[in-house]
Write a new protein. Structure first.
Length: 225
């Protein structure tokens, strides 16, 4: 059955190429682009147009895949979350994140895509990601000011309804993949694995947040059922 791979913020479907090259063809990997101009829930549901299968999502893509799995369990027979979160549970923190994401959207609108991408990838979150593996040229070609601003405002953690209280509803096998150097998401992954009935936590050593770009072979191996 097919494996649908969903990218993170500033990325595109091609960001999964290094992983797809090492996945067994039997898994039928298909990378999709996150659709534009929809709210969070509608975007998650639109991903289901790829059909029933295993859904794999990185960061923003993982949050979207989680929402799809909860709302449309008929479409998701297995879920893999890579450096992903169920959202921000605390209302004040969520509001602060929404304001921060809106400020980033204004930065994109003021400075343009190229400047924003350089600043985005310079964050400590991506310290362990070599530039040659970041796919910066692909990100520049595929993104527009409107696309990035929309994703920040509509698909960010500040805009997302938190899903922590719904994790116990999942009735499919869930694999949670985190980079060992990404301490924040290691903690989030551990908490998620305790809340989901059939979850396995996979920690990839010497990897940060963009684990699928840093260690694509390890992620491909972790995708094998």
């Amino acid at each position: 059955m097919r494996t649908v791979l969903v990218h993170g913020f500033t990325q595109t479907a091609t960001s999964w190429r290094p992983v797809i090259e090492q996945i067994s063809p039997e898994l039928e990997p298909v990378a999709v682009d996150v659709p534009d101009d929809l709210d969070f829930v509608a975007t998650a549901h639109a991903l289901g147009d790829a059909g029933r299968g295993t859904y794999v999502g990185y960061s923003m893509g993982g949050r979207l895949c989680l929402r799809l799995a909860l709302d449309r369990p008929d479409l998701v027979n297995r879920l893999v979350l890579v450096s992903a979160s169920p959202g921000i549970a605390e209302p004040t923190e969520r509001a602060a994140r929404r304001d921060a994401d809106d400020a980033l959207a204004r930065d994109v609108e003021r400075d343009g895509v190229d400047v924003f991408l350089e600043r985005w990838l310079a964050q400590p979150l991506f310290t362990s990601l070599p530039r040659e593996r970041a796919g910066i040229d692909d990100r520049r070609r595929a993104n527009t000011v409107a696309r990035l601003a929309h994703q920040l405002r509509a698909l960010g953690q500040g805009a997302q309804e938190p899903l922590w209280d719904r994790l116990g509803e999942l009735r499919v096998p869930v694999r949670i993949i985190v980079g060992g150097e990404d301490r924040k998401y290691c903690a989030i992954g551990a908490a998620m694995s305790r809340a989901i009935p059939d979850a396995v936590l996979v920690t990839i050593d010497r990897a940060g947040h963009a684990v699928h770009l840093e260690h694509p072979s390890s992620v491909a191996h972790a995708l094998t059922p």
